[in-house]
Design a binder for this molecule. Structure first.
Ligand SMILES: [Zn+2]
Length: 140
C-alpha cells in the first residue's frame, strides 16, 4: 500500500525545487468510488483523494496524484478553476493544460494531449507501464 502523504511530499518537493509552490492539503486520503474516478481535489475543503481501488499500483497512484496536484496549482491561480477556452474552459481547460505542461516538464511526465487531458498523465503511458496485470480501461 502506497503512503499517500509521502507521494504527495515527493512530487510537491520536486515542483517546489523548480519554483512551483503548492499548499499542503488539509487532508489526503483514499477515496472509495468505482474505477471511473481515480482521484479528486476539492478546493473548497482542501481535501485530496486517490481511489483506494488503485492503492496496490504505486506508479498509477503517483500519476493520479500528479493530476490532482496539477488541479491544486490550477485552483490556486483561478478559484473557479477556469480561465481558459479549451475543453469548455472548465476544470480540464486551457489553464489546466498549461499547468499540466509545466508539471510534466518538471516531473518528466508525458506532455498533455488535449483529447486525453482528463486522464493525463496516466492515460498517456505506454502499455505495461504500470506493471503486469494492470490493463488499460476500455474507453467509449
Ligand atoms: Zn482532473
Amino acid at each position: 500500500m502506497v503512503k499517500l502523504m509521502e507521494t504527495w511530499g515527493d512530487l510537491a518537493g520536486k515542483l517546489a525545487a523548480a519554483g512551483v509552490r503548492i499548499e499542503i492539503p488539509k487532508f489526503i486520503g483514499w477515496g472509495s468510488w468505482g474505477l471511473d474516478t481515480l482521484g479528486g481535489w476539492y478546493p473548497e475543503t482542501g481535501r485530496l483523494y486517490v481511489s483506494e481501488q488503485i492503492a496496490h499500483v504505486p506508479l498509477l497512484v503517483r500519476d493520479v496524484m500528479t493530476h490532482e496536484i496539477t488541479h491544486q496549482i490550477q485552483y490556486a491561480i483561478s478559484p473557479d478553476g477556469s480561465g481558459g477556452t479549451g475543453i469548455n474552459g472548465g476544470p480540464h481547460g486551457d489553464l489546466f493544460r498549461s499547468c499540466a505542461t509545466r508539471v510534466a516538464g518538471v516531473l518528466g511526465c508525458p506532455s498533455p494531449v488535449e483529447a486525453l487531458i482528463c486522464g493525463w498523465p496516466h492515460e498517456q503511458r505506454p502499455d505495461g507501464f504500470f506493471g503486469p496485470g494492470v490493463v488499460r480501461k476500455e474507453t467509449a
